[in-house]
Design a protein around this ligand. Structure first.
Ligand code: PXL
Length: 276
């Protein structure tokens, strides 16, 4: 069985980060080992959330795993709580990354042009440096602009603007730069990517569901990682992730009793597994 290491927080209520990565990656038949970076009562879009910083546990966890000689087929990182955590994650990449495994980075830190509570522009620049060590990076438009220190073009950025961002992201050093949440024209909504080795752009989208939801980037990144572990190519795994994320949003959109802080990804898992 393939084994993924996922490094991100536990938001106890919020359907994001590890409470999304664990069920999705496990359901896809892949072991999901975790490095919890913090425990929050909810994600940071709520008021008055608690925050237990687990930075001091990260190095001892790494050292124990080195002693046990654990190997990982992928390392997938999401929300990180501080610059010090970014440095420690860089060390995880150096320790456990090799030519065989895949490093996936979702630099979860912003949406709609705004950084989440607790982050500043320096943090975004540090995250940009970490991208040099990743195989695939999965920012949204806000995260891409903030990491690059360029003006935010808006959620309705043109294809040309997104391509310009992708070329700059490619200079940070990942093998694939992928921007999620892109308007592709004709009502299609999805991702655009750039393969730095082939020098080629690619994209894929579905009909847009008219709803903005939380945690969808985490659903996307988790599904992508699980799909690559199921032997999909990078592009096919991105498509599986885009289809599943859209299905989860659509399900939530049609649910009169839906919660507002995340999406109904759980109900769509059986269909995800059929698509593998
Ligand atoms: O979904 C990204 C995310 C992850 N973790 C925490 C968050 C957010 C988004 O707000 O607050 C703690």
């Amino acid at each position: 069985m393939k084994r993924v290491m996922s490094i991100q927080d536990v938001s106890c209520v919020g359907k994001c980060s590890l409470t999304v990565a664990l069920p999705i990656i496990s359901a896809m038949g892949v072991e999901c080992a975790i490095v919890p970076t913090a425990v929050l009562s909810t994600h940071t879009q709520f008021n008055d959330f608690t925050f237990r910083d687990l930075t001091d546990d990260m190095e001892p966890i790494k050292e124990h795993w080195q002693k046990e000689d654990f190997k990982f087929d992928a390392i997938y990182t999401g929300y990180l709580g501080s610059k010090r955590q970014i440095d420690i994650v860089a060390d995880y990449f150096d320790t456990f990354g090799d030519d065989e495994n895949l490093i996936v980075m979702d630099p979860a830190m912003a949406d709609n042009g705004k950084l989440y509570v607790g982050f500043d522009e320096d943090f975004a620049k540090e995250m940009a440096k970490l991208c040099s060590k990743a195989d695939v990076i999965l920012p949204n438009i806000s995260e891409a602009s903030l990491m690059l220190g360029v003006d935010y073009p808006g959620e309705d950025a043109s294809i040309e603007q997104v391509q310009a961002l992708l070329l700059k992201l490619a200079e940070l050093g990942p093998k694939h730069a992928v921007i999620t949440g892109v308007e592709l024209g004709d009502g299609k909504f999805g991702f655009m990517g750039y393969d730095t080795e082939k020098g080629e752009f690619y994209s894929y989208g579905n009909d847009k569901v008219d709803m903005k939801s939380h945690g969808t980037g985490d659903v996307f990144a988790s599904t992508f990682t699980g799909a690559v572990m199921n032997d999909k190519s990078i592009y096919d795994a991105l498509k599986v992730a885009a289809d599943f994320t859209r299905a989860a949003i659509q399900n939530t959109f049609e649910d009169p009793n839906a919660i507002t802080y995340g999406v109904n990804f759980e109900s769509e898992i059986p269909y995800l597994l059929k698509s593998l």
